[in-house]
Design a protein. Structure first.
Length: 421
């Protein structure tokens, strides 16, 4: 390009760039402004109502494992499961003193592929254990009587051996939430419970346990209504239980004088079934998963003396706006306007007794793994692991930003008309 040609372009831009060109530039700029508004203005927000749970598959668990002495032990009564990180998990056997450690491999979408490295930890006390969660080192230090040196997030043995890991386990025969070492099964503390949970119906007590991601509080609940709160579940009628949040001792904080928060939760009635043999149906809260900031997943388990024998339901709960019913002494089921809202995420009658549920790793597709464990129920069915995926909420656009985007698009259309031939 020579000097004279360049000067002609600068002095006469309309000759170099036509109106269609400027129209295209205007539209590109406006679209860019729209996208920038969406991104920097926080237009995309999470809509909790879009959260879902997707079934991925089931695999059986072995029916035997060996304890520390090499003695074979039958695996039965699996009632709760917890994720320890990586591919490591721990499950609890009810009416026993055993925890089952194992490794579980998952597909990129959360389908369970295989179980290996099974081993047993024998707890120092035998109870009707129902659920468990990992216990943070700071909480373990606050609970144990014989405190050891606390180092970077873990409690280390004074002899310099491998760091210990700890679990909190709930049981419904005392009832209690107890702290154990996974190294040797020794119990070193317990979390204080509100007195009303001690009045549970036999075999309908603390069935669930969940710890908030920040490790500062614990959630538990009775499986079916306390005697003073209302009736148990039946065909056509549900039951009301108490979701209970307990503060955990950490950083030297004494929580014994802190009152527990309780929210009323209504469990669904017994599922529809065709009676095959005599027996009493049941429907209760079997497990809880804490997602943070008081948001929970609730696993309801329904059993019946017929077909199908079991039904499972997973609900989403947000306790942020829940009414505290800890001061309500009786007739909780008849109180109006106190039951927390819930939203169904997944339901199925797989024909297995799903009793435990825990949050697992982030999957390759961005979803979060959920692992459920199924008890053999004493009816000859195998112990099983169920793979699920927690699908995050779909993005939603803020109405205010939608208005701004509409305005920008209107400007783009106006510019397009002004620059059209």
């Amino acid at each position: 390009m020579d000097r004279h040609h360049f000067r002609s372009l600068v002095s006469c831009p309309r000759k170099a760039f036509s109106r269609p060109f400027w129209r295209t530039v205007a539209r590109v700029v406006c679209v860019g402004l729209c996208l920038a508004g969406l991104y920097f203005g926080g237009a995309v927000v999470a809509s909790a109502a879009d959260q879902t749970v997707v079934f991925q598959g089931v695999i059986p668990l072995p029916d035997r494992a060996t304890d520390a002495d090499g003695t074979p032990v039958e695996i039965t009564g699996l009632s709760g499961v917890a994720w320890l990180g990586d591919d490591r998990y721990v499950a609890v056997m009810d009416n026993s003193h055993y925890l089952l450690l194992f490794r579980l491999s998952l597909s990129q979408t959360g389908k369970p592929l295989g179980v290996e490295s099974l081993s047993l930890v024998k707890l120092s006390q035998r109870h009707d254990y129902e659920d468990l969660v990992p216990c943070p080192a700071a909480v373990a230090a606050g609970l144990r009587v014989d405190r050891r040196q606390v180092g970077s997030g873990v409690i280390t043995d004074q002899g310099g051996r491998e760091p210990e890991q700890f679990v909190l386990v709930c049981e419904e025969d005392t009832p209690a939430v107890r702290a154990f070492s996974l190294a040797d099964g020794s119990m070193f503390g317990a979390v204080e419970l509100p007195e009303n949970l001690l009045t549970r119906r036999p075999n309908r007590g603390l069935e669930s346990l969940a710890i908030e991601p920040d490790g500062r509080s614990l959630w538990t609940a009775n499986e079916e209504a306390l005697p003073a709160d209302g009736p148990t579940a039946a065909a056509g009628s549900g039951t009301v239980v108490r979701l209970t949040r307990l503060l955990l001792p950490c950083d030297g904080q004494d929580t014994r004088a802190t009152a527990a928060f309780q929210a009323a939760y209504r469990v669904d009635p017994v599922h529809s079934f065709v009676r095959v043999f005599a027996g009493q149906p049941l429907s209760g809260l079997a497990a809880l998963v804490a997602l943070g900031n008081g948001r929970l997943l609730a696993l309801e388990r329904s059993g019946a003396p017929g077909l199908p024998p079991f039904a499972s339901r997973i609900y989403s709960i947000d306790t942020a706006a829940a009414v505290d019913v800890s001061a309500v002494a009786e007739d909780l089921a008849s109180r109006k306007g106190v039951v927390v809202d819930k939203r169904l995420l997944w339901t199925d009658s797989l024909g297995i007794n799903i009793e435990g549920l825990c949050l697992g790793p982030v999957l390759a597709d961005g979803n979060r793994g959920l692992i459920a464990i199924a008890d053999n129920g004493g009816i000859g069915t195998p112990n099983q692991l169920v793979g699920l995926a927690l699908v995050p909420p779909a993005p939603a656009v803020r109405p205010a930003v939608l208005g701004a985007v509409a305005g920008l698009l209107a400007i783009a259309l106006a510019v397009g008309r002004l620059t059209s031939p």
